[in-house]
Write a protein that binds this ligand. Structure first.
Ligand SMILES: NC(=O)c1ccc[n+]([C@@H]2O[C@H](COP(=O)([O-])OP(=O)(O)OC[C@H]3O[C@@H](n4cnc5c(N)ncnc54)[C@H](OP(=O)(O)O)[C@@H]3O)[C@@H](O)[C@H]2O)c1
Length: 215
């Protein structure tokens, strides 16, 4: 069966986004720094259409795993955009432009129904109002044998961690203190002990902690 996987950058004090997300600051105030290690890699530049640019090395190796194309992605509504409550008249289509980097179906958890949005390059955003298990079922149908990515943010990842559904997780801890924002390891009803650490790698920009589901 396909695996449910999860990659995220986290500050040293445990935040995956700063406070007060806005259109100008999708990762919240100060949150952009969490991705400093990844935006300079060759894997990230390739995703942005510049395959000959960017750094190689350890961080690029980890970014390549993160940036691969999955069979489907699940994300929370705040990862999809800054609009809260009713969708309103604006046609928000995500932060990523006409051709988002997913290239496969994306299932957005929300309490507010929305028609699917078909983008260029194979990405379609589907809006799921029946909760994380239903989103996972739809993602599994769409992905077939390929793995499914939890795209974030914190609230979404927490629900899959809490339900014991994550098969692999990689946390990229950056040496930055955010002080406030969205904590990854909160609301969990205890640590997700079914995930065991199998690898820790480090560069001056990030420590990469990889966990897999215990056999
Ligand atoms: N550091 C990283 O690598 C990384 C990665 C991904 C994202 N992020 C950041 O994380 C932040 C977003 O995280 P977040 O924790 O605020 O939010 P999130 O998980 O992206 O979205 C939460 C929202 O999704 C909807 N939702 C979640 N669970 C639901 C359920 N069971 N049923 C129905 N709707 C549900 C709700 O929206 P409604 O009630 O409004 O519909 C909820 O407020 C962003 O700033 C993003 O940029 C960081």
């Amino acid at each position: 069966m396909s695996k449910l996987r999860f990659n995220i950058s986290m500050s040293l004090d445990g935040y995956v986004a700063g406070p007060n997300q806005s259109r100008d600051e999708p990762l919240g105030v100060g949150g952009e720094d969490l991705h400093d290690w990844v935006v300079r890699t060759r894997a990230f530049k390739a995703m942005s259409g510049n395959p000959d640019e960017g750094e190689t090395g350890l961080d690029n190796d980890r970014a390549s795993v993160w940036a691969q194309t999955y069979g489907a992605t699940i994300m929370g509504r705040n990862m999809f955009g800054p609009i809260r409550g009713d969708w309103g008249a604006e046609e928000w289509k995500g932060w990523w432009g006409d051709n988002p980097p997913y290239h496969s179906p994306v299932f957005v958890l929300t309490h507010h129904p929305h028609e699917p949005i078909e983008m260029e390059g194979g990405t379609t955003f589907h809006f799921v109002t029946q909760g994380p298990e239903e989103a996972l079922e739809q993602a599994r149908d769409a992905a077939g044998v390929r793995d499914i990515n939890i795209g974030g943010g914190a609230a979404t990842a927490q629900q899959y961690l809490r339900a014991g559904l994550v098969d692999e997780m990689e946390i990229h801890v950056v040496p930055k203190l955010l002080g406030a924002g969205e904590r990854l390891f909160a609301n969990l009803d205890g640590p997700p002990d079914y995930l065991k650490p199998v690898e820790v790698l480090g560069s001056p920009r990030a420590a990469h902690f990889r966990y897999v589901r215990a056999a």
